[in-house]
Design a protein. Structure first.
Length: 254
């Protein structure tokens, strides 16, 4: 248990690393409560109970206090649920910030400018999609989907090779333009591929794919950024887009 007190001092709260003296005291209080409730002394449980005694995560503290007031149950499953709910996003957020820091250093701009790339991308999608859909309405949907995927792959490669911030902005603008076209066209193309009685299911599956992209895209992209670097992550996404484009070309009807 004494080693656990030392380990707990390494747990970061929402505001940063705990001071050693304060951390030791909080660790002892947390370990006492964990022992009282027969909670296993795992690193995840340490993080949960230190957050509770320090009140650094108010929602977590309220959940534990409510369980204590009701007489439980306060077990390992309860602690695992709290850890997943309150600490997983924090880890993702920290990883995103670290990836953004690497980009800002290599491109010679502040981290705020890196965050602005997301805004630029989103603004481009909103500003261009309606007009471009009208301009491309006579283009066959099969060809348009393939073209969009190829151009988006090119924008990813452009981001991967970006020598400076201006190049990154240009790549994100190009990506935003084709992104807006893609999500507008793909629903209509999916409807074209199925029988009328399967239309609702096809549109639902297409929409689900977009939802999964938002939910899973950030953590997966962040994980890749941590493992192989942001440049290689963009390059890998570009390769995936090219593979999908070839699959559409070979497998789906015109």
């Amino acid at each position: 248990m004494q080693n656990a007190v030392g380990d707990i001092c390494e747990v970061r709260d929402v505001n940063g690393r705990l001071e050693t003296t304060e951390g030791m005291e909080l660790a002892r209080r947390a370990l006492d409560l964990m022992s009282e409730h027969s909670v296993a002394p795992t690193p995840q449980n340490y993080a949960v109970w230190v957050a509770y005694v320090s009140d650094s995560v108010p929602e977590l503290s309220e959940s534990i206090q409510a369980a204590i007031d009701k007489g439980g149950p306060i077990d390992d499953d309860f602690c695992d649920e709290l850890y997943d709910r309150h600490f997983t996003f924090k880890r993702i957020q920290d990883a995103v910030l670290e990836t953004g820091g690497a980009m800002s250093r290599e491109l010679g701009v502040g981290e705020g400018a890196i965050g602005l790339l997301v805004t630029i991308f989103a603004f481009t999608v909103v500003a261009s999609s309606t007009t471009l859909i009208r301009l491309t309405r006579r283009v066959p949907r099969h060809l348009l989907v393939i073209t969009v995927l190829v151009v988006f792959a090119a924008s990813c490669f452009g981001s991967a090779l970006a020598p400076d911030y201006a190049w990154s902005v240009a790549s994100r603008v190009i990506g935003g333009i084709v992104h807006g076209i893609f999500w507008t066209v793909v629903g209509a193309y999916a409807a074209y591929l199925v029988q009328p009685q399967q239309l609702a299911r096809a549109v639902a599956i297409t929409s689900t794919g977009g939802s999964f992209a938002y939910v899973l895209g950030l953590p997966l992209a962040t994980l890749l950024g941590q493992l192989i670097g942001w440049r290689w992550s963009f390059a890998l996404f570009g390769v995936v887009c090219l593979v999908v484009a070839v699959a559409v070309w070979r497998l789906l009807p015109a």
